[in-house]
Each structure stands twice: as structure tokens, then as C-alpha cells.
Design a protein around this ligand. Sequence first.
Ligand code: SIN
Length: 516
Amino acid sequence: MARVLVIGGGIAGLWAAVKATDAGHAVELVTKTELAEGNTRYAQGGIAAALFPDDSAERHFADTIEAGAGLADLAAVRVLVDEGPDRVRDLIRFGVAFDRGESGLERGLEAAHSRARILHAGGDATGAAIEHALVATVRRRKVEIAEQTMLVDLLVESGRVVGALLLGASGRVVERRADAVVLATGGSGCLFLHTTNPAVATGDGVAAAWRAGARVADLEFTQFHPTALAAPGTPLISEAVRGEGAVLRDASGRRFMLDVDGRGELAPRDVVARAVWRRSLEQGGSPVLLDATAIGGTELARRFPGLDAVVRAAGLDWAREPIPVTPAAHYAMGGVATDLDGRTSLPGLSAVGEVARTGVHGANRLASNSLLEAAVFAERAVRAITASERSDRHSAAASPMAGMPRGGSEAQGTTPVERDELRALMWRRVGLERDGAGLAEASARLEAWHAPEPVDRRSAEDRNLLDLARLTVAAAQARRTSCGAHFRTDDHDAATATDATTWEHPTPTPLEREAA
Ligand code: SIN
């Protein structure tokens, strides 16, 4: 039996906690706020898996690779699509009631999927349904749960992660030791001014892993969702709405996506997001419009009850008129580099869910693959922890980089970091379109700031945001050609680079190469 510390309470952390307990380990689960908060709860689009007779793992594989712009890791995608259906069946066993019609499970279509294969629960409340079922499952297990407890740093001894420093509800930093630490801290959308993510998504796991000496990769690939409501908080308007037939129109009412890509509104997410961004700039900054009127009021309310409420709360009636939408930061394709079993480059540390870079998403994630990735790789990570526990958990060779604190926060500027300014800078200079001059400006501004001492949640998050911003800018500077979600306007061969779907193993980012 190992002492397993799971950090994060979304699908990846909950899955790891349940499965590690079932494998006989003593598990502690810590979450930054309350257990159910985090990106999982807000996932509307659903979970993708090849479960229907007209579909196959092969098709899901091809769609994932194609959307990833040639940079996805083939072995990781193979694992995802082959093991995905079993993890969805596990979710059903955990109590997730996926939507059903007369002929069984209902399924939806989303961008860049060649088949309708997305399962939903509660219409547009899939993440909430999964979170609810997994929280109930965790509560039935003997899992020690610490809410309002945030990761500050990982503890590294002789090149091995042996626990973490945690900021507890009392405001004190405490040391927690463990045989295995599973990072499941989620994403980092709050790095950008506009995001669909909740306020907890500040990239804590990636920043802490980097400071501890773990390898990180692909941080230049941030996915911007094309359709957040252009209203305070930029709430997500699921791609599933376009899957049901909604179209994008410019200010003059013209449907413009077919001019950009033959797949129209269901082209890969990076393509649609950039087209929405460009069209908005061309029309003087006013948002483009999502026209869902053809779906009809009754169906919109039945199929998307949560979104219907959000849209109406913003004073809009989407059954009668198109609604204003804008791109917003949505998902981090990069993160802490892992192998196929969630192992990071640091012995004792696994990473699962959005904090991890498994390689399945390449340069652009296929819609509704994120919940699936979290379940598939959390399952594998726990199996690997159990297997290494049975052999010799202390035998893993230490990486030469391990244990050496390093990373962005070492570079200290003269003025304290300003969170709102940092987020605005990242949006302006490291957003949907980047170029060398803008990235250099961002880099200089970031270097001028210093990180605060992590004495409370706000300061600990600011330190992480600054570290991650510096790493993201460095990664974006190093990748000089456009690829997937990383679009450089100073790459004059951009069209070729973006279209490339060469099915190769991922090219290591310079940061990854440097760290290897
Ligand atoms: C959406 O519903 O559009 C988002 C789903 C996802 O990010 O996969």
C-alpha cells in the first residue's frame, strides 16, 4: 500500500483517487476550493468515444490526429481511442446518466469529428454530471479529502518527488509527504484576459512541476474556443450548438465560415476561432454572431438548458436573434510532459488531465477529447503507481534535472506582478495571433515583474501565472512556424504549416529539448 497524494478535484483527480483507493492505497485528495469546482464541472460539450456501430476507434484516431495538425503523439492517441469506450462504460457504472433517446444513447456531432460520437448528460451539463457522480463515488470510499487546500510547491529529495507543500484553509503552509503524487490541477485559462475557465484555472500544477525540475512541453499551444458569449465572464457556448446547425454570421448577417474552410462552422476549432477573431477585427472589433434561430426555441431549451439560461440571463433571446460571440482561452494542450502511464520526468510524480501533456492533442485538441483523456490516463497512471509499488518504488532513476529548483520565478524583475495587466498582455501579444515583435514585448514586460512570496492563495496563483506566462512566451518564441493553435503572423508560409497533417511523432519543443 502506498500513500498517494492526489492534487486536484476534477475528473482526473477524482478518477485517480477512486481507482487508487480501490487498488488498496491510502489516498489523500486535496482541492483548491470545494471539491466540485474546476473545469470539469463546466464542460458542456460531452465526451467522445467510438461506441456506435457506424464508428470505429480507427475513425476516432484519424479525426484526433487530423485536428492535432500533425503534432499528436500516435501512441498516445492509440491508447486514447482504444481504451476510451471502456472508460465511458466505467462512467456509466459510476452513475453518469448519459442522455438517451428511443433507440438508446443519444449522440451529438462537434467540429472535426467525422461521426456523431459525443455523449452528453443533462443536455449541456455533461461535466457537471460526471463531477457529481465521481464526487459521490469518492465520498463512498475511504479517501481523506482536504478542500480549500492549494499546491504551493512539490517536495523533491534526491531527485524524487516525495510530497508537496500545501497552503491550507487556515492560511498556513504545511508539508505533506507521500510515496506517489498525482498532479491533476487542471488548466490555465486565467493566463489570458478572456477565458471560458473558472477562476481556479491558474496553471498551478505546471508551474510547480517546472520549479521542481519536471519536463514541460507544448506550452505554446493554447486552445481558444471560437464561441464564448460576448458578455461579462465570456461563458462558453458549446460547439454542440454548431453541431446542431447553428451558423456564424458577420455584422452584415453574412455567413462567412464557408469562405474560410469547406467544413464551415465544423472545421477544427483553431481554424474557426481564428476566422471569428479575424472577422471581428475586420469589422472594427464588433463581435461576430452565432445564429441558432433555425434550431428553434423548444429544441434549444431541451437540448441546451444550461446555455439557454445563460443566454437569457444576458438579456438575449437566441431563439429569435443571433447572439454575439468572441473567442476565449479554453484549454491548454501543453503541460507537464508524461509517458503513456502518466509518469512525468520526475520519479514519484504523475500528471493526469489538463495539467498533463500526454501528446494526444498535438497542436489543437479535438472537441470532447479532454474528459476522455483525463479518464483514460488517470486509470493508467494509477495502474502504473500500483505496479511500481509492487516492484520497488524507490528504484526509479532520478532525472539529472530533478530536484534542482529552476524556472521563471528565479528571474526577478523590479516591480511586483500585476495580474490584470499580465492577463491583458498575454491576450494582446500571445493570443490567437502572435508575431516576433509582440512576443519580444511580452517577454520584456514579464521579465520586469517579480513574483510575490506565496503566502496566500492570491500570491501563490500570481507566482504561478508569472512563471507560466514566461514559459509560454519562451515556447511561442521558439516555435517560429505556425502550427494548429499556435499562429504566427510573421510566418509567411503559415498556410502550408497549418495544413500539414504528416502523422509524425511530435517535434519536441525547444524547451523540451533543452530540458531533456
Ligand atoms: C464545447 O462544448 O464546445 C467544449 C467542449 C470541449 O472543449 O471539448
